[in-house]
Design a protein around this ligand. Structure first.
Ligand SMILES: Cc1cc2nc3c(=O)[nH]c(=O)nc-3n(C[C@H](O)[C@H](O)[C@H](O)COP(=O)(O)O)c2cc1C
Length: 209
């Protein structure tokens, strides 16, 4: 089974669309998990996992952990918040501490696709990709594809943004009376480059498992 995890708190956002697109193009059984609405805190360093590599914290993580261990490969879609992974995704990655004790490394050798959504397009210098990549290294997971997918800035749906000098609407368009459709950043299905990246990522997974 190939597992796709959308780390966005928005269930129908661009991260969700891109994860689903990759899973559609993967061969064999797939499973999709959205972190939207899930309660996942950071690792509390209780060390309850050191004996059996199972997290004992009673929130939504242990069930997801089980799916991660069962998966042959994992797709991680991670929104960029302040140039770092968003909190929910970061908590999930931190909790993967439970998999590594006594040389178990339960995620070892599972191929990973990692992508980040955001309005920043600098793929080479993406801090989010670097951070998520580091978590993969710590779990001994080979990254077979790593890329950015374009996403909107919240300013485009904020009712105060037309003349907010600190926001992205004014930064990109100057002060406006109205946000018109031509100003809106592209949706996932309007991004041919991102769609191709997702297709290539799925092919990379298909070639490795
Ligand atoms: C609190 C917050 C901070 C954000 N910071 C950034 C940022 O620093 N750089 C960026 O490119 N996008 C930033 N964004 C935009 C999100 O990355 C973007 O809306 C998100 O990836 C969209 O994914 P979704 O549609 O799946 O929710 C931020 C969004 C929020 C809510």
């Amino acid at each position: 089974m190939i597992l796709g995890i959308s780390g966005s708190p928005r269930p129908k956002g661009i991260t969700a669309h891109a994860v689903k697109k990759i899973l559609e193009d993967c061969e064999g059984e797939t499973k999709y998990i959205s972190l939207a609405g899930k309660h996942i805190g950071g690792c509390i360093s209780c060390l309850g996992c050191t004996k059996d590599n199972q997290c004992k914290v009673n929130d939504d993580f242990p069930k997801i952990a089980q799916a991660m261990v069962e998966a042959e490969a994992i797709v991680f879609g991670i929104p960029n918040y302040y140039d770092v992974p968003n909190g929910l995704s970061h908590c999930l990655l931190e909790r993967c501490f439970c998999f590594r004790h006594q040389s178990a490394f339960l995620l070892k050798d599972k191929p990973a696709i990692i992508f980040s959504t955001g309005y920043s397009a600098d793929e080479e210098n993406s801090q989010v990709l670097k951070i998520v990549d580091h978590f993969m290294v710590m779990n001994k997971m080979p990254v077979v594809s790593k890329f950015l997918v374009g996403a909107f800035s919240q300013c485009y749906t904020c009712k105060y943004s037309k003349d907010c000098v600190d926001g992205n609407v004014v930064k990109n368009n100057g002060i406006v009376d109205k946000i018109t459709p031509d100003m809106l950043p592209p949706r996932f299905d309007e991004q041919p480059e991102s769609i191709i990246k997702c297709e290539n990522a799925a092919h990379a997974i298909n070639a490795t498992i």
